[in-house]
Design a protein around this ligand. Sequence first.
Ligand SMILES: [Zn+2]
Ligand SMILES: [Zn+2]
Length: 267
Amino acid sequence: MSSLQIALLLLLCVITYPFVIGMEWLIRARGLKKVYAMEVTDEQYRREQRNALFGTPIHPAVIAAAVLAGALRLAPETVFNVLLTFAITFVWTEVYHYAQHRAMHLRRLHFMHKEHHRSRITNSWTSISFSFWEEFFFAVGIVGFLAMVSQFLPLSFYGIVAWYLLYFSTNTLGHANVEINAPGYHDSFFGKIFTTSAYHAMHHARYVGNYGLLTVFMDRLCGTEWADSPEVQTRAAQGHGLTALMERFDTPADAGASASATPQSRN
Ligand SMILES: [Zn+2]
Ligand SMILES: [Zn+2]
């Protein structure tokens, strides 16, 4: 591996900390609007910060292992290869994250996901608070697939790093429990594609539904999107944060659709 590749992997080991600390500072400095107007306890902050110490470096460690073992074959770093690798990684992670996330809500696999869900009201630190096994299988699922693809189509190292930078930054915002988009965002062009902070905050508060990562496509395809996601986003953006974990705004008919999101177990 080149010294630049090693430097980028080391950057991925620590980049989440400035993202998280910067986001928490921004929230306080700007007084950003909360999705759930509810407090996070000091105990939760301490627990999440302990988890954060080991979580993020798992991803660059798995990438390094795959490259050094020759399993992840790298292509020349051209603009085309960077963009193609980024696109392949983006699409795969939307599908894989959704499948892993749904699987971890099943009784037998929920032990991996339980730690992340101890945070019913999220904050930026929640974005890097996972059990070892959840983080490990997420990294192996991403890098393992890319290694397979690279046997036929060598991939760009920078393209993979670029996706991780997008993921770490947006995942910080996704857990920040603040809504930065305008009211009615869900009806906009980008709102019909990408998730919001409110979207994932609802998953933590209600424990089910809205499983998607950066886009809403997998939830729409599988019928697991909360029907009142647009209403919650708009209320949050207007400064009317929710005040109870199970507060809902969907109609009885919508609630029936949302029931498909119910997992087999929460334990
Ligand atoms: Zn979950
Ligand atoms: Zn989460």
